[in-house]
Every structure is written in structure tokens, then in C-alpha cells.
Design a protein around this ligand. Structure first.
Ligand code: PLP
Length: 426
């Protein structure tokens, strides 16, 4: 019998490019179509349940349909969905964000990760009156020209280094440096005087998962200070996930500008860009760096974010300890399983994220991640899916845990990894 997902995909292909509304959602032979989600799980149109480790690419730190958030948003829905004039809610949320991210003197709310990083880069350019930006190989900051250069995530998966339709003029002002290589960064900054800012994922979560090596982030901070270049931490993934204060709290680094999204709204569309007051004051209308958005600060997303942060702050000790314990448990057991099957592999992990690479060499940057065996990864993904576990369908993404995963979920997941690694071996 043809599945409902297959039938829907056949319809979708005719009216939606490639049948999906974001490239990594496609996988062979066709993606499953989702009917509903709850807690740790999603169900497809045919009624099959999957334990979800894609979790909105990291957004759903607290799990699907988290009761505190659904309840707060349900109440707000009755009071209105869009005002486009300021609210007390925005003041409350901004205070909460700054309390958790003390590197921010001021914060502006926007909608998506790309919008936040785009604003951060424009701010850095407006503040310094300089042109070039530095990004790292494999870091992904959104689907727009100036950062879509040797980017990770879907563009690495499909193999697009610079997108067609993107102007050379936009990408030629982007200097790209290898991740975990502070010497090259220092050399590049010594050569180029026209650098407006450096943007980095403090933990690289878009080439699989790549951790900053010891002292790398503190070196990046030191070097950018020496060269007087604003440091932008793109914490779209790591904010509220690596800790309630993001990677900057864990690694004790104070960036000049920070971007947040994903776990900020636990599944609702919201992001934020914040930083030193003298930089943030450049934003219009007080300053001449223009940024605007109809849906920014809408009361639904803002309510969701307030509820997310309050829930995180209230439960923070138990929450992060549980997430880390479950992550360690999965990583240790998967490592043992792959070793028992004599499969060459690496697993990188931090907090509630991990990824396996089928490679004999440590994965520390774009090049080493690209060398891992993608075909084996796809085999693993397909078998996990068959066995009721959904991870992101690309080697260049990350496995995300949520607070909703139960001990039973973890046991079932390990069973599925056992069967799937066996399939990879054969
Ligand atoms: C680190 C990082 N920055 C920015 C973005 C762009 O976010 P969005 O897809 O919401 O535009 C992403 C998306 O995955 C991301 O992982």
C-alpha cells in the first residue's frame, strides 16, 4: 500500500520546489509528512511514531507542546496576535534575555536566525564603518549571500559553497578562515585592515557537531580585541542549550554582539540580537543602522519566549543535569556499539547535542567533517527512521536531546542505534 507520506510528497513536488520548504527536509526516497507532535515524539500521516532528536534543529529544548508554553500562548491568543506597537511583554522578555546574557547591554527582538545574524553584521559594519567580515569554514549563519560562503548545514550537504544568484560583490567582502585555527585568523587580521566584525558559532553545530579546541575561543576573543574587531557570537543554536547563558557562559567569553533564536522560543518564531550598548544604540531610529520587521516582538512569540526562559530558569539545575546525563548515556553506549561492530567512528558531544562521524580521524573542522563517510551516515539515518528514531537527515547537522525524552525513549533509541549500526556494518 502506498503511504500517505508518499502520496503527499507526490502532490507537494508538483507545487513546492522539490516538495519541501527548506532544503534539508528532503531526504531519499521521500520525507515523511507529520501529523502531530507531543513531548519527545512526532507522528507521521500514517500514524507511525518517531522519537524526535531533530527537535526543530535544536529549537525544542523543552520538548514538543510543553505545557507551560502552550498554556501561556493559549491565553495570549485570546488577547491578540499582532499589535505592531510596543508591549510590556517585550520589556519583560528583554530583561529576561539580558539577565541570562549579561554581555548584552541592549537587545532587539527579530524573527529568525538569519535575520538576527544579518542585523548583527550590519550593526558591526555601521559601528566600525568598515566593510569586510570574517566567518569560519562550516559555520552557518543563514541563507543570505554574505554568509553563504563555505557554509555548513544544508549548503554543505548539497555541496553548494557559494549560491547561484548570490552576488560576488556580497561574498567578496567575506573572508573565510578554518575553524579551530587561531593562527590563520591572526594572520588574516594582520593583513586586512578593513574588517568590520567576526562572526562565529562558538560550538560549530552545522558541520555535524564540532567543538572548539582548548583556548580557541579565548584566542579568538584576544585576537579580535587586539585588532579592534567586534566579535559576534552566533548562539542561534547554543543559546539556552549549552547552558542558560549559552556557550559564552560555559566558555567564559564576553562577545560584543550575540544572536539567539531556536531554544529562545522553544518552537515559536523568534530571535534576538543583543550586545554592547554603544553598538546597539546604532540601530534605527536612534541610530543610522536600519533594521525593521512587521512581526518583530509579536505577542505570541514573545509570550512563548518568556515562558520558555522562565521554565528554563526555574528548572535550570535539574534540566541541564538531566539533558547532559541522557546525552552522555547515548554517546557512551553508541560509542561501545560502534566499537563492538568494528566501525571506524568519531562522536563529538557537548551538553545536549552529539553527532557520529564514520571516520578514522578526529573531526575538528570543515575538512575533516567533509571526509567522513556520508553514505554510511545516510544508511544509519534510514535505519534509525525505520526503527522509530528521527534524527536530522544530514551528516552536517546535530542530534538534539530535549527535556521530554524519557528513560524509556533513551532505551528504545539505543535499541534502534544497535540495529542501525549493524546495518551500517553490513
Ligand atoms: C548557528 C545558526 N545561525 C543562524 C541560523 C539561521 O537561522 P534561521 O534558519 O532561523 O534563519 C541557523 C539555522 O540553523 C544556525 O544554526
Amino acid at each position: 500500500m502506498v503511504s500517505k507520506s508518499k502520496k503527499l510528497f507526490d502532490q507537494a513536488k508538483k507545487i513546492i520546489p522539490s516538495g519541501v520548504n527548506s532544503p534539508v527536509r528532503f531526504f531519499k526516497p521521500y520525507p515523511f509528512f507529520v501529523k502531530k507532535s507531543q513531548g519527545s515524539s512526532i507522528w507521521d500521516e500514517d500514524g507511525k511514531r518517531y522519537i524526535d532528536y531533530c527537535n526543530g534543529y535544536g529549537a525544542l529544548l523543552l520538548g514538543h507542546t510543553r505545557k507551560e508554553i502552550i498554556s501561556a500562548v493559549s491565553s495570549q491568543l485570546k488577547r491578540g496576535t499582532l499589535y505592531t506597537v510596543p508591549t510590556a511583554l517585550e520589556v519583560e522578555l528583554s530583561k529576561l534575555i539580558i539577565k541570562n546574557f549579561p554581555s548584552m547591554g541592549k537587545v532587539r527582538l527579530v524573527n529568525t536566525g538569519a535575520e538576527a545574524t544579518m542585523t548583527a553584521i550590519r550593526l558591526a559594519r555601521g559601528f566600525t564603518k568598515k566593510k569586510k567580515i570574517i566567518k569560519f569554514e562550516g559555520c552557518y549563519h543563514g541563507a543570505y549571500s554574505s554568509v553563504l560562503v563555505k557554509a555548513g548545514s544544508g549548503s554543505a550537504h548539497i555541496g553548494i559553497s557559494v549560491s547561484e544568484g548570490g552576488l560576488k560583490e556580497a561574498s567578496k567582502n567575506t573572508l573565510v578562515v578554518p575553524y579551530n585555527d587561531s593562527q590563520t585568523l591572526d594572520r588574516v587580521l594582520s593583513k586586512h585592515r578593513d574588517v568590520a566584525g567576526l562572526i562565529i558559532e562558538p560550538v560549530l553545530a552545522n558541520m555535524g557537531l564540532i567543538l572548539p579546541e582548548k583556548n580557541f575561543l579565548s584566542d579568538v576573543r584576544k585576537i579580535t580585541k587586539q585588532h579592534d574587531v567586534p566579535l559576534i557570537f552566533d548562539e542561534v543554536v547554543t543559546g539556552f542549550r549549552v547552558s542558560e547563558g549559552g556557550a559564552q557562559k560555559t566558555f567564559k567569553i564576553k562577545p560584543d554582539i550575540t544572536t539567539l533564536a531556536k531554544a529562545l522560543g522553544n518552537g515559536f518564531t523568534i530571535s534576538a540580537v543583543g550586545g554592547r550598548k554603544e553598538i546597539m544604540n546604532k540601530l534605527a531610529p536612534g541610530g543610522n543602522v536600519y533594521q525593521a520587521s512587521t512581526f518583530a516582538g509579536n505577542p505570541i512569540s514573545v509570550t512563548a519566549a518568556i515562558s520558555s526562559i522562565k521554565t528554563i530558569n526555574k528548572n535550570k539545575n535539574k534540566l541541564y543535569a538531566k539533558l547532559e546525563r541522557n546525552c552522555e548515556l547515548l554517546v557512551d553506549e553508541i560509542d561501545d556499539l560502534a566499537t563492538d561492530y568494528k566501525i571506524s567512528h568519531q562522536i563529538n558531544s557537548i551538553a545536549s547535542m552529539f553527532q557520529i562521524f564514520f571516520s578514522s580521524k578526529p573531526v575538528t573542522d570543515y575538512k575533516t567533517s567533509k571526509k567522513a563517510d556520508g553514505k554510511k551516515f545516510h544508511k544509519l539515518f534510514s535505519s534509525l527512521l525505520k526503527n522509530g528514531v528521527f534524527i536530522a537527515p544530514s551528516q552536517f547537522e546535530t542530534v538534539f536531546l530535549s527535556d521530554a525524552h524519557t528513560d524509556t525513549d533513551i532505551t528504545k533509541t539505543l535499541g534502534a542505534y544497535g540495529l542501525s549500526l549493524k546495518a551500517v556494518k553490513n
